[in-house]
Design a protein. Structure first.
Length: 228
């Protein structure tokens, strides 16, 4: 697993690189498919934002979905610790979902084999207890990972520009992505820890934005262009 530490508007000291690299070895314990871990440190020059002057973003890329966490603090070491905690929570949640899916699939296969044996033995109906259990209401993490293995999303270069003569800075980044349904979009949005997620809906074919409202409630906005 490769670990890359970089800074934006700040020089990253070697002590921080060693600190981050040592802690990020834990990622492999939860995500065996992780291939690249990127750490970006961003410095805010505004003295009014001294308490959140350093922002650390950790991104894990591999054969599965991208996992990302971000945090801000007065110094980069504290920001990294908070971001690392968020990342580990998301990795543990993804690992638990993979385990649940594996156990469910194995139980369904055993139940199917037993039902087939009963039918071939002359039984008219398989016992109700042998019927495959209903799928758990979670997103299929393994299917999402397999789809990403076939075509792994890649981020394009970051472009920054100012708006006319104003101090407003616009940061642009282009991502490659495959169409997905809403359930997959919810799963990936939770992994990157963002309050919204941009995707192309595989059911409608429309550009869509998924956003978190409150509790377990989500909203979806779809963009349909007018021909007139």
């Amino acid at each position: 697993m490769e670990i890359v530490v970089a800074g934006r508007h700040v020089e990253v000291p070697d002590r921080f690189r060693e600190f981050a690299t040592g802690k990020l070895t834990k990622v492999a314990q939860y995500d065996s498919q992780a291939q690249l871990v990127q750490v970006e440190v961003v410095h805010e020059n505004n003295p009014r934002q001294a308490e959140t002057a350093e922002t650390v973003e950790i991104t894990v890329r591999g054969k599965g979905p991208v996992v990302r966490a971000e945090a801000s603090a007065a110094d980069m070491f504290s920001a990294f610790d908070v971001a690392m905690g968020k990342l580990m929570q998301q990795e543990r949640r993804a690992k638990d979902r993979r385990k649940s899916k594996h156990k469910m699939t194995r139980r369904q296969a055993q139940s199917f084999d037993q039902a087939l044996f009963s039918r071939n033995s002359g039984a008219t109906d398989a016992p109700a207890a042998l019927a495959p259990p209903a799928p758990a209401p979670v997103v299929d993490a393994e299917v999402v990972a397999d789809d990403h293995a076939a075509k792994k999303p890649a981020a394009g270069p970051v472009k920054e520009s100012t708006l006319a003569d104003s101090p407003v800075v616009i940061r642009e980044k282009v991502h490659q992505a495959r169409p997905m349904n809403v359930e997959e979009a919810i799963y990936e949005m939770e992994l990157v820890g963002h309050p919204f997620f941009l995707f192309v809906d595989s059911d409608s074919g429309l550009p869509s934005v998924l956003y978190h409202r409150h509790g377990w409630t989500y909203g979806v906005l779809r963009l349909e262009t007018s021909s007139s």
